[in-house]
Design a protein around this ligand. Structure first.
Ligand code: PLP
Length: 368
């Protein structure tokens, strides 16, 4: 494929496969719900989902009905897709037709289910708020909710799940959430209500809390090879690299200002290079005068403000830099590596945000 704009993302599908296999191993034969929301955390949901479907993943999960339909339109037809967030009631028929499972997270939605008149079975998962505090029916509402759904025609109580808020940070609170969840499962069981699929674990829980695995697990970030604990060198390999090429090199004398706001002014003669990538591509503006990139296998500094489309780097110490030289923003070059986690730490966020915000206009290239 010809790259017209020399700024691109490389997605290594072999690494994705290795990560997927590792998750299967760790979760010991449970079903896998691959989380591909937000364009598969920036990796391109269609290609990632197609690959996962080919490798036999059990479910895919997305954040919205629109994301689910995008997968269906791209030809991902076999795998059930669970929407973790809000679905407009007007989309219920379309959801059922397309084997898109929905989440019931608000008891007020039950009346919308009552008015569902489609011919296809609508599969519903109840999300229980055991302490995440975002969405979910309260524990004391679950029994009545489950009973009501059970009595509906063409609406199937398929699954029940919860989501942990501290699987990466507070094991005690996780245990509180887990106990609440188990109590509900016990109550359902004692009334002989048995949804097909019980699930709870996100990536951090899969890695640290074997007791949260239930029937299925919901890995996101570890599929993409990054650590939910914001550490490098864990068991998974990053799938994504973010690259560009030098488009301009120049020598500048002392006293030259670089980029908007003159936040960098050279104190000596320098050689600087411009790269065609900016914050609209997902190179955070917070890296201004702070970030590093790789060129010829060496780390060099970002000079001045990162702008919307272009950024300037210091190549004074690197011999023979010219237009066309590859620059790595995230990934490996030679013996050096810059990870999304490193960038996140530098600017006070998490690796999830760095990868999921890589811009739409950046071409994704898939390596088999
Ligand atoms: C995003 C999300 C996940 C995946 O989380 P990771 O930390 O990326 O594994 C799992 N479950 C729900 C409900 C989510 O919203």
């Amino acid at each position: 494929m010809e790259i017209i704009r020399p700024t691109w993302v490389e997605i290594d599908l072999k690494k994705l496969k290795n990560n997927f296999d590792k998750i299967k191993k760790i979760s010991g034969g449970r079903k896998i719900i691959g989380v591909v929301k937000a364009d598969a955390y920036g990796h391109g949901a269609e290609k990632i989902s197609k690959a996962l479907e080919e490798w036999g993943i059990d479910f895919l999960a997305v954040a919205s009905f629109e994301e689910a339909m995008r997968l269906r339109r791209a030809g991902i037809k076999k795998t059930p897709v669970l929407v973790l967030g809000y679905v407009n009631p007007s989309a219920l028929k379309e959801a059922a037709i397309n084997n898109i499972h929905i989440t019931l997270f608000n008891v007020r939605f039950i009346e919308k289910l009552h008015s569902y008149e489609g011919k296809h079975t609508l599969n519903v998962h109840i999300n229980v708020d055991t302490g995440m505090g975002r969405i979910g029916v309260f524990p004391e509402e679950v029994l009545d909710t489950a009973n009501e759904i059970k009595n509906m025609e063409n609406v199937n109580f398929f699954g029940i799940y919860t989501h942990f808020s501290t699987a990466d940070s507070d094991p005690e609170y996780l245990q509180v959430q887990l106990a609440r969840f188990k109590r509900i499962l016990y109550e359902l069981g004692s009334r002989n209500i048995k949804p097909k699929l019980i699930h709870a674990a996100n990536s951090a829980a899969i890695l640290n809390f074997n007791e949260t695995l239930f029937d299925a697990v919901r890995p996101g970030i570890i599929l993409y090879g990054l650590s939910p604990f914001q550490k490098d060198n864990h068991a998974f390999e990053p799938v994504l690299s973010f690259k560009t090429r030098v488009i301009y090199v120049k020598r500048i004398p002392s006293g030259t200002s670089i980029s908007y706001g003159r936040r960098f002014i050279s104190k000596k003669k320098m050689i600087v290079a411009t790269i065609p990538v900016g914050y609209a591509d997902g190179l955070p503006r917070a890296l201004s005068n702070k970030g590093e990139v790789l060129i010829k296998g060496k780390r060099v500094k970002i000079l001045g403000n990162v702008t919307m489309d272009q950024t300037v780097i210091d190549v004074s110490g690197i011999p023979n830099v010219h237009s066309g030289n590859e620059v790595v923003l995230i990934g490996k070059q030679g013996d050096e590596e810059i990870t999304a986690t490193e960038i996140a730490k530098k600017i006070g966020t998490i690796n999830y945000e760095i990868i999921s915000r890589i811009g739409k206009r950046v071409e994704r290239i898939y390596i088999k």
